[in-house]
Design a protein around this ligand. Structure first.
Ligand code: UD1
Ligand code: UDP
Length: 366
């Protein structure tokens, strides 16, 4: 199950590994649908075309989630997968978890649920993603955690016995793309060496016009800032008449290979994205996170990432980031072999059930 941009990135290496020995039916909810937010990722990451697209599109949380539930249930009942594999923390993730957890096949069986990127927590319940993650983790049968921090979070919630540390599959995707990113740097980046790279899309940063304008205003100055704009943010800028200073150079959402090239050549990354924080680290580029907290605390602890909870704190954080990076860059997110471990964990999960005399699927909770 996939639906939004970061899930396409995570699914790419897993899908490749899974299809070596198993059958995958790839279902796209249609949460993201613009070519630049969806199809371009399938092309560039060489992900097979989705077998099914539910074409849910945009809407309020309840409308989007409700449509996903309604459209996904018949698909699950028709295809009768042994297991359902979920990624991350979007509305698509939560909807798939709910449907799979209550689907009922003949004989009272349901698919098992495996959750990639389990155990992430911001402890900020105002984030829709935090709700989605908690629901997905508690409904899933196999929790595939990217970090020790995530493992501890799962243990604290009583889910440790379902959890396995596999590393972060975004490292696999990033390594694959890095080998293919040569020549992908856009001209605008070539023309502005020493640029900062900006992404901004969290509702708490962009939906409030004053706050959005403040994040942008603080970036006016001599240093060029390249800004691939998420459609939520573009709509908010237009709706509220927020104009960009000359130093902030807008572009369409970047394709994945272009994004990896942009990250690797940036002097510093400014972002509220989870994935982009990690890719900055993998690029060896300092990062300033435009949020009060991060789920990926390891990079902050290691001195590669600084939190800037309010716009006034951004100039100081940029200056500190540009003053030099830590000498050490440990493999905080694993070795880039997470996809194989994820498939292995699912295979062992099924074997364990068989050894206990169980069916490959789970018994339905009635
Ligand atoms: C979603 C996820 C978020 C993730 C992000 C990745 C939820 C609750 N949020 O946020 O966790 O970090 O994706 O990018 O699931 N839009 C388009 N074209 C598209 C997609 C979206 O124009 O292809 C516009 C629509 O106006 C839409 C808005 O963007 O209303 C927001 O899209 P939505 O999927 O609701 O949330 P994201 O902010 O993308
Ligand atoms: N990304 C991209 N082009 C962009 C912005 C992001 O290819 O213009 C990629 C980025 O490299 C990362 C993923 O999208 O792999 C992160 O998705 P996003 O920031 O939308 O969501 P989050 O990670 O915060 O959930």
């Amino acid at each position: 199950m996939v639906g939004a941009r970061p899930q396409f990135v995570k699914a790419a290496p897993v899908s490749r590994a899974l299809r070596r020995n198993h059958e995958e039916v790839l279902v796209h909810t249609g949460q993201h649908y613009d070519d630049a937010m969806s199809a371009s990722f399938f092309r560039e990451l060489e992900i097979p075309e989705p077998d099914i697209n539910l074409e849910v599109g945009s809407g309020s949380h309840a409308v989007m989630t409700g449509e996903m539930l309604r459209r996904l249930e018949p698909v699950v009942l028709e295809h009768r997968p042994d297991g359902v594999l979920l990624y991350g923390d979007t509305n698509s993730t939560m909807a798939a978890a709910i449907v799979a957890s209550k689907a009922c096949y003949d004989g009272g069986l349901r698919p098992w649920i495996a959750h990639v990127e389990a155990g992430l927590r911001s402890f900020n319940l105002a984030m829709p993603e935090e709700r989605n993650r908690v629901v997905a983790d508690h409904l899933a049968d196999l929790l595939l955690a990217p970090t020790e921090t995530a493992m501890r979070n799962l243990q604290r919630e009583g889910l440790g016995d379902r959890a396995e540390l596999v590393g972060d599959v975004m490292v696999d995707a990033f390594a694959w793309a890095s080998e293919r990113a040569t020549g992908k740097l856009p001209e605008v980046a070539e023309e502005h060496p020493g640029y900062l790279l900006l992404t901004l899309h969290r509702p708490e940063n962009v939906d409030d016009p004053g706050r959005l304008a403040a994040w942008i205003a603080v970036l006016a100055g001599d240093r060029p800032v390249i800004f691939p704009i998420h459609p939520r943010t573009r709509a908010a800028l237009e709706r509220n008449g927020v104009s960009l200073p000359a130093s902030v150079i807008p572009m369409e959402p970047a394709g994945y290979l272009q994004m990896v090239a942009l990250e690797r050549s940036a002097a510093l990354v400014l972002t509220d994205s989870g994935g982009v924080q990690k890719e900055a680290y993998l690029s060896g580029v300092p990062c300033v996170t435009l949020r009060t907290e991060t789920e990926w605390v390891e990079m902050v602890e290691a001195g590669w990432n600084r939190l800037a909870p309010t716009p006034e704190l951004v100039p100081g954080a940029i200056a500190a980031g540009l003053s030099g990076t830590p000498a050490a860059k440990p493999p905080l997110y694993g070795d880039g072999l997470a996809a194989g471990r994820i498939v292995g964990a699912m295979e062992r999960y099924v074997e364990r059930r068989a050894a206990r005399g169980g069916h490959a699927m789970e018994a339905t909770v009635r």
